[in-house]
Design a protein around this ligand. Structure first.
Ligand code: CA
Length: 237
């Protein structure tokens, strides 16, 4: 089930998983000032019972953690049906640039490089939360045996469940509702990620790859077509 991130009393509950106490404190302070509720964990072991007790609306996840790494944990969160719709923002250190795309590959919705300003942090949190909840389209859509239900965030292929992350869900939803037309990477970024979000164009390719991989076992990856030097097109014909 999807948990709506906003109530009257708060903007959302955020789980911070970060081993450096000073950064945890800075994050907590920033979130609190902005009206978010938050919980802190120094590693994955501490985070687990917190998530089981109450699902957060978003996870701020440090890349380098003692014990299980943030990347491995992101993958685990994404593979668990109970937690797979929780948006994740990964915190990386400078110098991990080449690993960023890999971070997205594990299921994170975004990443932010340390050191970052509270303004940047909050902008990214808002963007990710907005993308996963408020802009969530209503009503089931389907094409050629694929079916998407934005209420439950479920995707089925000929009736079988497809494991998919929130970003791929939105991407696939956009494609299904805009079939047979070619979209450039920047058009897809505007439509699926939002116009005021800074995301590199190659991020689109990463998510297209993940989407195809999720659909591959059902033979539906062929619906996502590459149009050379232009972009992508969805066609179930
Ligand atoms: Ca760390």
């Amino acid at each position: 089930m999807f948990t709506a991130p906003t109530t009257d009393s708060m903007k959302g509950r955020i789980l911070i998983i970060e081993d450096e106490a000073a950064i945890r404190e800075m994050l907590g302070y920033t979130l609190m000032k902005e009206g978010f509720e938050f919980q802190e964990a120094a590693d994955v072991d501490q985070a687990r019972p917190l998530i089981e007790r109450q699902k957060p609306d978003l996870i701020l996840l440090d890349w380098m953690l003692p014990g299980m790494s943030g990347v491995d944990y992101a993958r685990r969160v994404r593979n668990d049906p109970e937690t797979r719709d929780i948006p994740i923002i990964i915190l990386t250190a400078r110098g991990e640039e080449t690993d960023k795309v890999r971070g997205l590959d594990t299921g994170a919705d975004d990443y932010i490089t340390k050191p970052f300003s509270s303004k940047e942090l909050l902008a990214r949190i808002r963007a990710v939360m907005r993308r996963s909840a408020q802009d969530r389209p209503q009503g089931t859509v389907s094409a050629g045996g694929l079916s998407l239900d934005p209420e439950t965030f479920r995707v089925t292929a000929d009736g079988a469940n497809v494991e998919i992350s929130p970003t791929e869900f939105r991407l696939l939803h956009f494609f299904i509702t805009h079939p047979e037309r070619v979209y450039s990477r920047s058009q897809l970024l505007d439509q699926v990620w939002g116009q005021n979000v800074y995301v590199e164009e190659r991020t689109v390719d990463v998510h297209i790859r993940r989407l195809r991989k999720a659909l591959e076992q059902f033979g539906f990856d062929r619906f996502i077509q590459t149009v050379r030097s232009v972009g992508y097109r969805f066609s179930s014909q």
